[in-house]
Design a protein around this ligand. Structure first.
Ligand SMILES: Cc1ncc(C[n+]2csc(CCOP(=O)(O)OP(=O)(O)O)c2C)c(N)n1
Length: 659
């Protein structure tokens, strides 16, 4: 049986899964993988690119950002328990963003030479268990192909999400069996004899170090091997459109090429997608329940003021057009979620973007909606919706059965249908079209005109108000965002994580194209810098502009993110909405105290007033940067910063706003 290095196997598997970046912060467990990747790339073979992130939290949000743009599954590598702990709140963002990511880390073993008893975690998976779809501790002799096939299958099955694998320190140093049916002719075929590690390693069981099979990591700093040219697997860029998949049954794994092997013998067909087939992004989807859909359609046709709310349907670009058709057929208002571009902001039926806690305004549309159609939606970590009337009907479509019965605006949905939105939206639209009589059409056309006129007037008000503040000092967030909108084009990718200034960003920067607006789906605020880095690494050609809070800039590990951005030339512009502190906290605190200004006794302790020199920090990490205080300087600074970004350099504008 032919063997090859685990690192080579890993490359082969990730190539087949469409993974083209590995966001990592290394430990000894990955050094052999690093050399395999280096060898593959030096030899002109296809291999994911390793992207070094100086903080694991940045690696997690960068993986998020890359997924937002590419839709591809992600891989994050972190060092054992310590690196896992350092993923921090960005792990929760991955969870609520439903990001299919495989996180790999070793664990220290009590009997290894390196680990002291107190360096051995009781249960390493417990660190992440609250935020992943599953975690597994490998014992050491498990087949890498099978383990990863399962991990990707779980991560990529709807509802998609993060998974975590931890393994013995020497696990990725082994030589392992090459799958029998070789889908990648030539991979490792001409393996030169490898001096040193792995050449004659028996498969591990239990601790690598204790059994002497593989040199433990410390001993593994060895001479470089000859590069092994890899034959790239032909991986189509885009996953298969859902319509190309065979019909699905609830819970079945149809559409996946990961069907269980017929016998115990492992074959490549069982663990790798066949060459030329797309990576199985969504192995199974529940079918649309036509009976439930009928009920929904009847309720919507009878509604006086239906409103569609979607949180993340836009992660599938085709859903944006489908939602437009649905809204137009129904003349329904649409409130689009904060974290994905689900519906064009300038569409006559768009009432706006959902707000996050801390925003100066409440979500629009709920006051008059009598039926709310909720598609792919979870309530925000802290939202800004007003209470809805008890007689309002809620219809909920989501692929995640666990959202059934969950509270939406304080109560459960009246009708819940588990379905993939890519199938449900067109099916609902078709049904509605069949049910709408000519008389009803005339009524709906009237509604369209009324809703469109009101939305247009509201939007005009937003822009006029921003312009009226163009000379205001300190700088107004409305005017800042108005200026940002004037320098970006339709392909620019906006990464937004504003809190106090959420209304300014969402009102002033309407997006028209799918996947050109991303926001943080959960509450961990240090998301935006890394997410922007990851989006920039996806290299679509669209400029990436991130708008963030000053708190978010600091939590986002700017030194780490900007260093990676500068060194890998994954440039983006970060605009800091700097209100000198934690505005959301400050405002609540003042409200509770009934004060206009915080007193000295809690100004510092509550972090309501801080102001490091962000421009200097950014410069130190390799970015172009500027502090902007005068409103007249906003546009020139934006243009200069964007020109730096287009020349491959990250840029940071620290814009001082009022508090
Ligand atoms: C990682 C993390 N730590 C703490 C919090 C709690 N928290 C919510 S809002 C907030 C203040 C945010 O300040 P900033 O990010 O500067 O935004 P602003 O409110 O000023 O717009 C804090 C500390 C959080 N959500 N995430």
């Amino acid at each position: 049986m032919a063997e090859y290095k685990s690192g080579e196997a890993l490359i082969e598997i990730l190539n087949a899964r469409g993974v083209d970046k590995i966001f990592l912060n290394p430990g000894f467990e990955f050094i052999d993988v690093l050399s395999s990747v280096a060898a593959a790339r030096a030899g002109g073979g296809k291999s994911p690119q390793l992207v070094l992130c100086l903080d694991e939290s940045a690696a997690a949000s960068a993986a998020y950002g890359n997924y937002m743009v590419t839709g591809n599954p992600q891989v994050v590598m972190v060092h054992s328990e310590l690196g896992t702990l350092q993923l921090g709140g960005n792990l929760q963002n991955l969870q609520w963003g439903r990001v299919p990511v495989v996180i790999l880390a070793a664990y220290q073993e009590a009997d290894s030479r390196r680990a002291l008893w107190n360096g051995t975690p009781y249960d390493q998976g417990a660190i992440v268990r609250n935020s992943v779809k599953y975690d597994r501790r490998l014992i050491g002799d498990e087949d890498l192909h099978e383990v990863l096939a399962e991990a990707f299958r779980v991560a990529c099955s709807e509802p998609t999400g993060p998974v975590y694998l931890c393994f013995p320190m020497g696990y990725l140093y082994r030589k392992i069996e090459k799958p029998e049916t070789q889908p990648v002719a030539g991979v490792g075929a001409a393996d030169p004899p490898v001096a040193g590690v792995g050449a004659a390693n028996p498969p591990l069981s239990g601790s690598a170090a204790s059994e002497g099979g593989v040199s433990p990591p410390m001993d593994h700093l060895m001479p470089a091997e000859d590069p092994i040219p890899l034959d790239p697997l032909p991986v189509p860029k885009d996953p298969a459109p859902i319509t190309d998949l065979p019909p699905v049954t609830d819970g079945g794994a149809v559409g996946s090429t990961d069907a269980p092997a017929e016998s115990n013998s492992r074959s490549a067909a069982a663990v790798l997608p066949a060459a030329g087939s797309p990576p199985p992004i969504t192995p199974s989807l529940p079918a649309v329940d036509m009976q439930l859909l009928e009920i929904m359609a009847d309720t919507l046709v009878a509604a006086k003021n239906p409103m569609i709310v979607s949180g993340n349907a836009g992660r599938f670009p085709e859903n944006v057009k489908a939602l437009e058709s649905l809204a137009e057929t129904l003349s329904a208002s649409v409130l689009t979620g904060y974290s994905w571009m689900n519906f064009p902001g300038a569409h006559p039926l768009c009432v706006g973007v959902e707000q996050i806690g801390g925003s100066r305004k409440k979500d629009a549309g709920y006051d008059e909606a009598d039926v709310i159609l909720v598609i792919d939606y979870a309530m925000p970590y802290v939202g800004s919706a007003p209470p809805i009337a008890s007689e309002t009907t809620i219809l909920h479509i989501d692929v995640d059965p666990l959202t059934q019965g969950r509270l939406l605006w304080g109560r459960g949905a009246d009708v819940f249908m588990k379905a993939g939105s890519r199938e449900a939206i067109p099916a609902l639209e078709k049904l509605l079209s069949e049910k709408i009589t000519p008389e009803k059409r005339a009524e709906l056309d009237e509604r369209f005109k009324r809703v469109a006129a009101r939305n247009e007037e509201t939007r005009r008000g937003w822009y006029e108000s921003a312009l009226a503040q163009s000379e205001r000092a300190p700088i107004s967030a409305d005017y800042l965002c108005y200026c940002i909108n004037s320098v970006v084009d339709d392909d620019t990718i906006i990464v937004n994580h504003t809190l106090s200034h959420c209304a300014s960003a969402t009102e002033q920067i309407p997006r028209v194209k799918p996947k050109t607006w991303f926001g943080c789906p959960s509450g961990a605020i240090g998301w935006a810098p890394g997410a922007a880095l990851g989006a920039a690494s996806a290299a679509t050609g669209g400029t990436v502009v991130a708008i963030m809070t000053d708190g978010g800039f600091v939590w986002g590990c700017p030194t780490s993110v900007l260093w990676t951005s500068a060194n890998y030339r994954f440039p983006f512009l970060a605009v800091i909405c700097n209100n000198r502190g934690y505005g959301a906290i400050r405002n609540v605190q003042l409200e509770m105290l009934g004060e206009a200004e915080p007193g000295d006794e809690f100004r510092a302790e509550s972090a309501v007033d801080f102001q490091p020199d962000y421009a200097q920090i950014a410069r130190g990490a390799g970015a172009f940067s500027k502090t902007v205080i005068d409103p007249k300087d906003i546009l020139p600074a934006l243009k200069e910063a964007l020109s730096a970004v287009r020349n491959g350099k990250p840029a940071v504008l620290d814009v001082h706003l009022g508090r």
